[in-house]
Design a protein around this ligand. Sequence first.
Ligand SMILES: [Zn+2]
Length: 357
Amino acid sequence: MSTTQFPPVFDGHNDTVLSLTRSGRSFFKRSDKGHIDLPRSQEGGLGGGFFAVYIADPSPPQQEGQRLSAEQVLSRYSDESTWPEPMSLEFAQSRALSLLGALIRLEEESRGTAKIVRTAAEIQECMDNGTFAILLHFEGAEPLDTAGDALEVFYAAGVRSLGITHSRRNTFATGVPFKFPSSPDTGAGLTDVGKELVRQCNRRKLMLDLSHITEKGFWDVAAITDAPLVATHSNAHVLSETPRNLTDKQLDAVKESRGMVGLNFHVGFLRSDGKADSDTPLSVMADHLERLVEKTGIDCVGLGSDYDGAMMPDELKDAAGLPKLMSEIQSRGYSDDDMRKIAHGNWVRVLRETWGE
Ligand SMILES: [Zn+2]
């Protein structure tokens, strides 16, 4: 049960499984590394969220065996000309199995304190009874073949959400580079097999996440899909002109489809100067949230932290700092009912409408 005065938060994006496997830290022990573990989540009222399975590109030869820093990763994907060649299906599938295996094992080791959720009703139950909810999400379709077979297997394993591409190119679509300032209209849209993948996800009732895709790709998906349009971890482009954020026109489309935007906590996607400077006040986060609500209405906005994958404002620090953000949001005049929607109610609503259960 949440120990804070706020309703529990269900969050749209984290890279925690990658952080756990790389650092060797335990999800069940409090750490000062990374942003999410169970003790810090319980302290801050984080009730669960989308756990991204992201396949990191093999390191460039000059850094073989070393891990790239967050800054090196951002710069590697800042320009299309420095993007790595698309990885092989075999490499991506074997990495995806490792990360999914780690999450499935985590559920078992939790002895009932954490649960992999497959329906919106299960998420709501977790928010009500304090079980930590893990939604299995792919950030990038690299582990999927074009015949659609692997998607069936991953679905059976519990995967319920897919971002077709990260900020790079694959068989199905192209993502936006991390450059600033830039419109999100940076490159090609869906390929033909990408369009088929959207149809397969609709049939399977698997959620599609539009957070990293180019603007062309966004409109390609919008033209095909029968589901609400969702960007799990993106902000308002008008306040921070990174291509990772959504333009007013995109936000209009989210509203029209009864979709969803999750507020990204990464300072570079919050600040008007686009700088990776952690000395960023929480008021800037509330400004983005207010702008998103102004454009889409109170039913289509939640949180999408990017914990364990991005640079947090110093004041917020990690999952234990969530009440500070919730206070800042509440200070803008939202009611208790609004706060419940922002914390988790809207995610439960959009997933129920997408998954049909
Ligand atoms: Zn991301």
